[in-house]
Design a protein around this ligand. Structure first.
Ligand SMILES: *[C@@H]1O[C@H](CO)[C@@H](O)[C@H](O)[C@H]1NC(C)=O
Ligand SMILES: *[C@@H]1O[C@H](CO)[C@@H](O)[C@H](O)[C@H]1NC(C)=O
Ligand SMILES: *[C@@H]1O[C@H](CO)[C@@H](O)[C@H](O)[C@H]1NC(C)=O
Ligand SMILES: *[C@@H]1O[C@H](CO)[C@@H](O)[C@H](O)[C@H]1NC(C)=O
Ligand SMILES: *[C@@H]1O[C@H](CO)[C@@H](O)[C@H](O)[C@H]1NC(C)=O
Ligand SMILES: *[C@@H]1O[C@H](CO)[C@@H](O)[C@H](O)[C@H]1NC(C)=O
Ligand SMILES: *[C@@H]1O[C@H](CO)[C@@H](O)[C@H](O)[C@H]1NC(C)=O
Ligand SMILES: *[C@@H]1O[C@H](CO)[C@@H](O)[C@H](O)[C@H]1NC(C)=O
Length: 587
């Protein structure tokens, strides 16, 4: 560990001035000294190693111990990822390294707690980023406001953020990788962190029996993988609840670690790192310069999408089939939701210029290369271009408005066929999995709460760090609302801020209060918020979503309940053909 500092207690700044302000915690491995964050009255413990792993190796528990004190005052290394220099600088992390499996703890300081002996429920954050990007210290997932709000509503919780490996280094593929069993490394990292929390969080004042995983996008997909891990056959109890925003199950059912594009991608990486022809190519990659291996993994010409794979081990079966079979622990609950227009991210990637139905048909055949012609026809039938009012922020018929939004940012607009593609990809990629999980949970008498985020954060277009997409209820538009960020909080270009309107701020406060309540008690209704209806548990007979909407009128919320029965024909297809209707991962 690079930041290892063994300090005599007396040398710590401020220790004489106010002893109780310097937070200290003793884990299995040794004692950490954290940092008091005065502006929030919080304690931070940062850069705590939870596992050890060499490059392209499975992680194992951190195995060092020490006497005395070790500093946990500053963020440490993050795993190699394409995150922008600005967001890395602003988070003040040390750098990118193979040695990156560390976590961070944010807790209310002891002085702010009413009940001194109460063990705090724990939210563990798993970042999104398409399994290709992200890091725990990212200020986009700054939990200080959530933790502060939890104290204010007398439901104090603490939060943990962590790093897991992404891209080729987290989700490698190819024959050698498959044979060596070093697949799904990023998911195994997450699991080691969850185990560390079970073993050590009490030392920080947390309650290991009250852990909720909180995640968005690929992080939420990760939650599904953790739920189904090892065929559902482990008796590990790592979390009691999960907040899954815009991600769940459904993508990747047909993705194997030794698929053709991964085999080719691996060869290209060997070539780029001078490892081609090495006796043991994995060994060669393990000792090659990190930048070289990382860049080769990112190289766009040869890059398959490095993604979790059905390896027969961590992901034992195609997840949609395993969900349907009910093979997973039944003592957890979920709170899951999606946004109106999730599909634009994928549609932009696949073909915003799609202009005719036949172009759309060809595009779907290329994207879903395992699908039979009749299955593609079934998709086109289930997603007609003239549906009157599906719950999208922007109806199919609003094409001229939609196109002018795209044209304003110099994007070609395929018009209604592009809108249709976005409807298809949204349900495929994100929305149907949310419904499938809720239905399965309800059928097993398990608890699920679901929402639909039906709010436009700002007028379109939304400019993100990665791309410009039309506004409306697109992917990640809920992000700032859920994190309760103040309107002027700098998000470094990643996610749109809460709209400048008191009703939108009220919506943000309402949903974040309910999320805190869910982490605290397991029930989002355990906090009382005026003008917000009771969030019904999902049921087979009466499947319902909480619709999160804010109006244009100051302070007036429009949170209401709707039946979760829209687009039955389309939504049913994905679970019916999970292996056929899966993206060929070369896109
Ligand atoms: C360090 O902590 C980890 C996680 O709790 C534990 O698995 C490991 O046994 C500890 N190792 C030592 C040497 O204390
Ligand atoms: C950034 O972190 C370093 C330790 O890695 C610390 O010394 C420095 O004060 C931090 N800077 C800010 C602005 O927090
Ligand atoms: C969150 O952001 C605030 C303001 O930028 C900063 O002071 C604080 O340290 C951050 N919290 C965490 C947990 O990084
Ligand atoms: C191998 O690498 C060389 C030089 O780096 C490059 O010119 C060549 O195209 C690569 N071949 C393949 C198959 O990627
Ligand atoms: C599927 O459709 C393509 C044209 O898109 C056609 O060439 C092919 O023969 C069809 N396959 C079958 C089995 O009908
Ligand atoms: C669109 O292209 C025009 C002409 O090239 C340019 O002036 C304008 O700045 C571009 N707009 C955006 C949002 O990129
Ligand atoms: C769910 O609960 C109902 C009513 O209590 C009961 O009839 C049913 O057998 C339960 N189903 C399962 C799968 O446990
Ligand atoms: C949802 O929010 C948008 C944006 O604030 C608003 O225009 C619209 O009327 C709301 N929808 C409903 C059904 O209230």
């Amino acid at each position: 560990m690079q930041l290892l500092q063994l300090l005599p207690l007396a040398l710590l700044p401020g220790i004489w001035a106010s002893c109780q302000k310097v937070p200290v915690a003793t884990t299995r491995n040794g004692t950490y000294v954290g940092r008091y964050l005065a502006e929030f009255s919080q304690d931070l413990f940062l850069n705590i190693p939870f596992a050890k792993a060499g490059r392209l190796e499975n992680p194992s528990p951190y195995d060092e111990s020490w006497e005395g004190l070790r500093s946990a005052e500053w963020y440490g290394n993050i795993c190699p990822c394409p995150a922008s220099p600005r967001s890395i600088r602003n988070a003040n992390v040390t750098g990118k390294s193979d040695d990156c499996l560390n976590l961070n703890i944010i807790r209310p300081s002891q002085g702010t707690l009413k009940r001194k002996d109460e063990k705090l429920p724990v939210a563990v954050w798993l970042y999104g980023g398409g399994f290709a990007d992200g890091f725990g210290a990212d200020l986009n997932s700054n939990f200080s406001w959530i933790v502060q709000a939890s104290v204010a509503q007398d439901m104090p919780i603490m939060a943990v953020t962590l790093n897991y490996r992404v891209g080729f280094l987290g989700f490698p593929g190819g024959n050698e990788v498959t044979a060596a069993g070093v697949t799904n490394l990023g998911l195994k990292d997450q699991r080691q962190a969850l185990r560390w929390v079970q073993e050590n969080i009490e030392a920080f004042g947390g309650d290991p029996h009250k852990v909720t995983v909180w995640a968005q996008s690929a992080g939420a997909n990760s939650v599904a993988y953790q739920l189904l891990a090892y065929g559902g056959k482990t008796d590990e109890k790592l979390f009691r609840g999960a907040i899954m925003s815009s991600g769940s199950i459904g993508i990747g059912n047909a993705v194997r670690p030794n698929r053709e594009d991964a085999v080719q991608g691996y060869q290209a990486i060997l070539n780029a790192t001078n490892c081609l022809g090495a006796e043991d190519t994995l060994d060669c990659l393990r000792t090659a310069p990190l930048d070289q291996v990382f860049d080769a993994g990112e190289a766009t010409t040869t890059r398959p999408t490095w993604w979790p794979t059905v390896d027969g081990d961590f992901i034992a079966h195609p997840p949609s089939e395993q969900l349907e079979a009910g093979d997973f622990p039944h003592d957890v609950s979920i709170l899951a939701g999606t946004n109106d227009d999730e599909g634009f991210v994928l549609a932009n990637l696949l073909g915003p210029a799609t202009g005719t139905e036949d172009e759309l048909r060809q595009l779907l055949k290329t994207a879903f290369k395992f699908a039979r012609n009749k299955t593609i026809e079934a998709v086109l039938w289930a997603y007609p271009s003239d549906v009157p009012s599906p719950p999208y922020a922007l109806p199919m018929s609003a094409t001229p408005r939609f196109c002018s939004a795209l044209e304003a940012i110099n994007k070609t607009c395929g018009g209604v066929q592009y809108r249709r593609l976005a409807a298809i990809t949204g349900d495929y990629g994100l929305i149907h999995g949310r419904r499938d999980m809720a239905r399965k949970f309800a059928s097993l008498n398990m608890t699920a709460y679901t929402y639909r985020f039906d709010t436009w954060p700002i007028s379109f277009p939304i400019q993100t760090q990665y791309e410009t997409q039309p506004g409306f209820g697109g992917h990640s538009t809920e992000y700032s609302y859920f994190f309760r960020f103040p309107r002027d909080y700098e998000l470094y270009g990643n996610n749109p801020p809460v709209a400048k309107s008191s009703s939108h701020l009220a919506l943000s406060h309402a949903i974040s209060a309910m999320l805190i309540a869910y982490v605290y008690t397991g029930d989002p209704n355990s906090v009382l918020i005026p003008n917000v209806p009771t969030w019904p548990k999902y049921s087979v007979d009466k499947p319902s979503n909480l619709v999160l909407n804010a109006t244009e009128v100051p302070d007036v919320l429009n949170i209401h309940i709707e039946p979760d029965t829209w687009r039955e024909e389309g939504m049913a297809l994905w679970a019916k053909y999970p292996l056929e209707l899966d993206l060929a991962m070369g896109w």
